[in-house]
Design a protein around this ligand. Sequence first.
Ligand SMILES: [Zn+2]
Length: 261
Amino acid sequence: MHDYHGYAKAPRPFLPLIAIPTTAGTGSETQSFTLISRDGSHEKMACGDPKALPRIALLDPELTATLPRATATLSGLDALAHALESAVCTKRNPVSALFAESAFRHLASALGRVVTGNPSADDRAAMLLGAALAGLAIENSMLGAAHASANPLTARHGIVHGHAVSLMLPSVLRLNATTPAAAALYAHFATLLPVPGTTPADLIAWLENTLAAAALPPVDARPFDFAALADDAARQWTGKFNPVPLQPVDFAALYRRALAV
Ligand SMILES: [Zn+2]
């Protein structure tokens, strides 16, 4: 698989691919990238090729009916992060913005019941559609600092991707909200919430309430090597597109704020 690490490394045509997701999270069914963990280092290798984009994505909420609560929660929170990070990243454009907003609208409508373990069939349909649209938002733009800082937590400490992203996302939103453009977008997204808000603070409060309801297991970050994590985060490709640029020292401060150390 390492031969395909990077972009457009596949020399020959692919067979047509029909993708049928059984979780509502990655949005891989609408992307030309796949993420494979490397044996040994657990480094996430992004392997992308335009030929790898599925021809068809079939979204069937029957297939997520038996998803365990923890898996539905963590994959749903990851999809939410995809919508929120692609919405404000420096590669955002009118096409990705439409996908990100539509993704957020669907995900926010259902996530509150997903994280408490009682989603309806309509909620599961909204989550699948939201995750696929968020995948399209990424395909047409990029991600940001929550993913850049989450990936080293997964690689070094085995924290599940959706959990790692959820740990970092509120602090990244607070940081990005210091820029007028991201603040305006967050304020707009707040108006799309089930109980509409008007400010970035309303969006962040909704996210933190959702995370509290999800009751993710606590992480004791005191033994973590923040300098090493920050160096890894600063090398992540996705971090280069965050609306607020971060150096290793900024990532170290972000980790301490997010992980309350
Ligand atoms: Zn993700």
